[in-house]
Design a protein around this ligand. Structure first.
Ligand code: R5P
Length: 285
């Protein structure tokens, strides 16, 4: 087996290669004068692991080019962050189910696929090949353990993230709750943990994605008002669009970290171990 990756998943690909003890293959992406992408990759084997978070349209096209370059091998696609997966339904007539469009396109030339903490696992059914969701809740919990917080309270920002937060909290046997929004009046809402008082607690808000940071910034302000001793945030996919990272730090969140499923300077947590384990366990698919 050999591993190739798109430009925005190079670090994660190298880490997975090290964990699996398989060689990385060099890829060189350049552009034709008209802007179209050109790919030349090194020698492949009869089995290829393609690591690519489709974080933008260019990475999506790079993934298609990699799959095609590896047309003589048995391909496994690892798309830790699957772009377009949040448009997973036709919310109003005339819309595409974008997640389905993307999953179908990536299935051609692929034998199996893996994603990491996908927003809605229902998207996996749109792949034309066996597709699995890997959770890195244990890795996020491991990172939180390293922060050496005093009796941390792990909070999911909404009900949808409870399962993920529970998996994170299980690592240290920490308290876990989710935030609940109560409408006080026409223009006033209160956001607070459903059952556990945040006063005096070191709080860690965990989520699958931080995009605009709006969800977490609002929650952080409310938790501070409720007397939280400190507030930290950890997520799987750190998209941090429109200045979200600074928005969160400015909102008083002491640390904001994400994983290498979406590579950036806050990617202190790695999904490599969980991905390598899932691939090894699925080796005889
Ligand atoms: C939503 O259900 C997700 O789990 C995240 O909470 C959401 O995508 C975060 O988005 P934003 O950072 O833009 O508030």
């Amino acid at each position: 087996m050999r591993i190739i990756s798109t430009e925005r998943s190079q670090v994660l690909a190298a880490r997975i290669a090290a964990k699996l003890g398989v060689p990385l293959v060099e890829t060189k992406f350049t552009r034709f004068p008209d802007g179209e992408m050109y790919l030349r990759c090194g020698e492949l084997d009869d089995e290829t692991l393609i690591v690519s978070s489709t974080v933008d349209n260019d990475m999506f096209v790079q993934t298609l080019l990699l799959i095609d370059a590896a047309d003589r091998s048995k391909n496994t696609l690892v798309a830790p962050y699957l772009g377009y997966s949040r448009q997973d339904r036709r919310f109003v007539p005339g819309e595409p189910i974008s997640a389905r469009a993307v999953a179908r396109a990536l299935s051609a030339g692929t034998e199996r696929a893996f994603v990491v903490n996908i927003h809605d696992p229902g998207v996996l059914q749109h792949f034309g090949v066996p597709a699995k969701n890997i959770t890195i809740a244990p890795a996020i919990g491991g990172y939180i353990g390293d922060l050496h917080l005093k009796n941390p309270l792990i909070l999911a920002p909404d009900e949808g993230a409870i399962e993920f937060a529970t998996g994170v909290a299980a690592v240290g046997g920490w308290d876990c709750d989710h935030l609940e929004k109560t409408r006080l009046s026409g223009d006033e809402v209160r956001i607070a943990p459903k059952t556990i008082d945040a006063a005096g607690r070191e709080v860690v808000i965990v989520d699958d994605i931080i995009s605009t940071g709006g969800t977490l910034a609002t929650a952080a302000c409310m938790l501070r008002e409720q007397g939280a001793a400190s507030i930290h945030a950890a997520c799987v996919h750190g998209v941090f669009t429109s200045g979200a990272y600074t928005r969160l730090r400015a909102a008083g969140i002491a640390s904001v970290v994400s994983s290498d499923t979406y590579e950036n300077a806050s990617s202190f947590i790695s999904a490599a171990n969980a991905i390598a384990t899932a691939i090894r366990d699925d080796a005889h698919h």
